[in-house]
Write a protein that binds this ligand. Structure first.
Ligand code: ADP
Length: 538
């Protein structure tokens, strides 16, 4: 017997209508060099319908790819809804990628139009002739005075909107593509992940759950994590879906400006990668605020960072785990009540976990080759694999040999993890960052956590360096806090009680800064090549 409920499609235009009908007085604030501008969701909805009209006027085809190249802003949010709700496919281009990668991605996705923030036009415009399918470039003026070239392909966002008529949104098929996001692999070409309306709707509900970000109509949410990478962790859809007001940093990504915005706009929930929160901490410490949660993920969240926030800002960091291929959020590390009696150190260790997968996502750890399940004893590690309605099953026209899904239908994450008896995930490392020493694995993440708990250390990244006897040995690359000095001996002595003897780094290199990827994560690839010739100790 079949269920007798309506087969109602889970689409982005349904989210849009909900926001338009019920949350008209919620606001979106966007920062810029000239100050903060604000619109209500009612105004945003009207503009978004008109933007659908603009896409028609420009002649964007039925499933045409609508590229964006910009910061987190109200206009970017208009595109987030207008493109998929009118049947087109939103394609966010990562403004920090190398030019060759941007050209590759725009051509691979076949973008017809790209909406570009004026402040990043100089990064985009030199590439336009290499993007074969791009016919229109629409400039979004975000307060920069960058010169706008005199070219027939260029038009102005506000001028187009002023001329446009609002359109009706109606997407029938919940499984049709809604947006695309390319992941910047460390090897090979970037790979395109294609989100559907259904996966977006369900992911939105997933991140809204109380164990996740728990947003409500009473929240003010500020995604620092970019809308140009991994969907701003779903916050750009989830906040309006819940009626929460939004605060967008625009191009004002300096730590001090972010802290100012959090304080001035009464932000209650925000999220970003660890390096962002590292920078913001001194500007928030000791100040009165309304924050109830600071989401953090995208790379290992140092325990010391979370503890510093608990002590200086009054709330620890909420860890989340995921990847572009999981929309991107799949689990979070909210502290279960069974740990309430632990001391501060014990609680901090629990918060350093990626946590329990959200309802809808299933996780397992297995031997990556044999797919043999590994025990959930928090000791054994294996490749973390996931499945669920917001996990990707394949990439968009992938290169030969790139396979995301196992033969029994689970998505490979490339992360190595352990799980406790409740199935709470502890990320040990990325497969490619694990250090293999004498046939045993050393977790670079655990080592970094130990080093970063040293009071003089600002940042630490550990990489494997080739070793004739042990295969690889750990090299600790350490950035000291401003004005501090330390010796290698001092760091190694500090580590002795914290780690197994054979994990002890072979050497400590003091560096000025850990190189970062396009989205602010530690770039271990760069460190490995910088120290490739490192002479190992015997
Ligand atoms: P990329 O950084 O490769 O462009 P993603 O942004 O999709 O792509 O990154 C996903 C990866 O980030 C995960 O596979 C994992 O290695 C890492 N990651 C995400 N969240 C966490 C976390 N909480 N702890 C440790 N690593 C994390």
């Amino acid at each position: 017997m079949r269920g007798l409920m309506q087969d109602f499609p889970l689409t982005i235009d349904a989210i849009f209508r909900h926001v338009e009908q019920h949350y008209g007085d919620g606001t979106i604030a966007t920062n810029s060099p000239t100050g903060v501008t604000k619109v209500t969701y009612a105004e945003w909805a009207e503009r978004t319908r008109k933007l659908g009209g603009v896409l028609d006027t420009l002649g964007i085809s039925a499933e045409g790819r609508v590229g964006t190249f910009g910061w987190n802003s109200q206009r970017h949010l208009e595109l987030y809804f207008a493109a998929p709700s009118s049947g087109r496919i939103l394609h966010t281009l990562n403004i920090r990628l190398f030019p060759e990668q941007l050209t590759y991605i725009a051509n691979h996705a076949e973008d017809e139009v790209v909406f570009v923030d004026r402040s990043v036009l100089p990064l985009f415009w030199p590439l336009v002739d290499t993007m074969k399918t791009v016919q229109h470039v629409v400039i979004m003026d975000d307060g920069s005075d960058n010169e706008i070239p005199d070219d027939p392909r260029i038009s102005d966002y506000e001028a187009l909107l002023a001329e446009a008529s609002p359109v009706e949104f109606h997407v029938e098929d919940e499984n049709s593509a809604a947006s695309m996001c390319y992941t910047s692999g460390t090897t090979g070409n970037p790979k395109g992940v294609v989100y559907s309306h259904r996966s977006t709707f369900l992911h939105t509900m997933g991140v809204l759950m109380p164990n996740a970000f728990g947003l409500s109509i009473r929240d003010v949410a500020m995604p620092v994590v970019p809308m140009f990478h991994a969907n701003a962790w779903g916050i750009a859809q989830a906040a309006p879906a819940a009626g929460a007001s939004l605060v967008m940093p625009g191009p004002m990504m300096q730590p001090e400006a972010l802290a100012r915005l959090i304080l001035d706009e009464g932000v209650t929930f925000t999220a970003g990668v660890p390096t962002i929160w590292q920078g913001v901490l001194p500007h928030l410490a000791g100040k009165p605020h309304k924050l109830r949660d600071i989401g953090c993920g995208g790379s290992a969240v140092p325990k010391a960072l979370s503890e510093a926030y608990r002590e200086q800002v009054g709330l620890p960091i909420l860890q989340a785990w995921g990847m572009t291929e999981t929309h991107p959020v799949a689990s979070s590390g909210i502290l279960p009540p069974r740990f309430d009696d632990l001391d501060d150190e014990g609680k901090a260790a629990q918060r350093a976990r990626a946590g329990i997968p959200f309802l809808g996502v299933e996780a397992r750890i297995v031997d990556s080759e044999t797919l043999e399940p590994q025990p959930w004893d928090d000791q054994a590690t294996g490749e973390l694999q996931v499945r669920g309605p917001w996990c990707a099953k394949d990439y968009y026209n992938p290169d030969a040999g790139v396979e995301l899904t196992t033969e029994d239908g689970w998505m490979r994450t490339g992360d190595v993890a352990a799980m406790d008896s409740f199935g709470s995930i502890r990320i040990a490392d990325r497969t490619k960052d694990l250090i293999k020493s004498g046939g045993e694995w050393i977790s670079s993440v655990d080592l970094e956590n130990a080093i970063m708990s040293h009071p003089k250390v600002k940042e630490a990244a550990v990489v494997g360096i080739p070793h004739p006897k042990w295969d690889e040995r750990p090299l600790a690359c350490v950035v000291l806090r401003e004005g501090e000095t330390a010796t290698e001996e001092e760091i190694l002595e500090y580590l002795k009680p914290l780690i197994a003897k054979w994990w002890m780094p072979d050497a400590v290199e003091f560096i000025d800064e850990v190189p970062k990827t396009s989205v602010g994560k530690f770039s271990k690839k760069d460190l490995r090549s910088r120290f490739a010739e490192y002479a190992p100790k015997s």
